[in-house]
Design a binder for this molecule. Structure first.
Ligand SMILES: Nc1nc2c(ncn2[C@@H]2O[C@H](COP(=O)(O)OP(=O)(O)OP(=O)(O)O)[C@@H](O)[C@H]2O)c(=O)[nH]1
Ligand SMILES: [Mg+2]
Length: 292
């Protein structure tokens, strides 16, 4: 299913129709942060923790920069090998090269596949901190933002808008110098970036993922967040917002395809004419949409 989603199979609408009644149960944890901060290591530690509770766990590593994905994602697989033989753990990386609508369409569909397959927890790892990564992170029920000391992360995070989306902040590599300073800096920055009603103050959890230290604290923070989200009705609101974006992305991708906005047909000629002043952009747009 994930391969079909990756390759934007024409069978997708039919598949999603079949899957829909079996979706809505999985809890999706988004793990985001700068390259090398320890996302895969933390995901691996979380797999172990969730397995210990008897849950089935899926991991989806989304790589927007597909040309370079091979090595990094292979590395992730090796890192998570501890769970390779466990039938209740499924690890998959996904590139969306050539997917109509890109990550915005492909990621939620892949999560539906995991959900319908009966995974209790699905961990989505995104590489990097750019706009499309934020988009992926926003498909999660619980968003973990990872930082590590000595990476100039604090400032970087503020720039990328990552402070606004974090439900829980993880200072990983706390075995390194500067961890406490990073926590202090982060605390100030989170307070400044706080949005909306203050019924959830994003906690900062210190971890050494490579040694499984702090993982039970992290799990506890995730549980508390889930309970708080459920109590306030925010969990459901977030799911509706997610579905809304999902429908919108698919609709826009369909419109693009229908009007061939991505292809050479028509648009290139119109652009030429507009650039030469032979046609105004409004008339050109009309020719494209109405003349279609
Ligand atoms: N010292 C220390 N090293 C860690 C810790 N967690 C992870 N590492 C190491 O940091 C390196 C990068 O870890 P990954 O888990 O691959 O990081 P990532 O964020 O998934 O990296 P990308 O997917 O490439 O962005 C590996 O060599 C890990 O062993 C930690 O808590 N302390
Ligand atoms: Mg990784």
């Amino acid at each position: 299913l994930i391969s079909w989603i990756e390759n934007a199979s024409p069978a997708l609408p039919m598949i999603m129709k079949e899957l829909a009644p079996d979706t809505g149960r999985a809890h999706v944890i988004g793990v985001t942060g700068a390259p090398g901060v320890g996302k895969s290591t933390t995901a691996t530690a979380l797999i172990r923790a969730h397995r210990a509770r008897g849950e089935r766990v899926g991991v989806l590593a989304v790589d927007p920069s597909s040309p370079f994905s091979g090595g990094a994602l292979l590395g992730d697989r090796v890192r998570m090998q501890e769970h390779a033989l466990d039938p209740d753990v499924y690890i998959r990386s996904m590139a969306t090269r050539g997917h109509l609508g890109g990550l915005a369409v492909a990621t939620p569909q892949a999560l539906r596949a995991y959900d319908a397959a009966g995974f209790d927890t699905v961990i989505v790892e995104t590489v990097g901190v750019g706009q499309s990564e934020l988009e992926v992170a926003e498909t999660a029920d619980t968003i973990l933002v990872l930082l590590a000391p000595g990476m100039g992360d604090g400032i970087q995070a503020a720039k990328a808008g990552i402070l606004e989306i974090g439900d829980i902040f993880v200072v990983n590599k706390s075995d390194r110098e500067g961890a406490q300073a990073l926590v202090r800096e982060l605390r100030t920055m989170i307070a400044l970036a706080q949005r909306g009603p203050q019924d959830w103050k994003p906690p900062i959890v210190m971890t050494v993922a490579s040694e499984h230290r702090g993982i039970s604290d992290l799990l506890e923070a995730i549980d508390r967040f889930r309970a708080s989200q459920a109590d306030t009705g925010r969990a459901q609101k977030r799911r509706v917002a997610r579905a809304r974006r999902e429908v919108e992305s698919i609709a826009l991708a369909k419109l693009r395809a229908e009007f061939r906005l991505d292809g050479e047909t028509g648009l290139d000629d119109l652009a030429e004419a507009v650039s030469r002043g032979e046609l105004d952009p409004y008339a050109a747009a009309d020719q494209m949409v109405i003349g279609h």
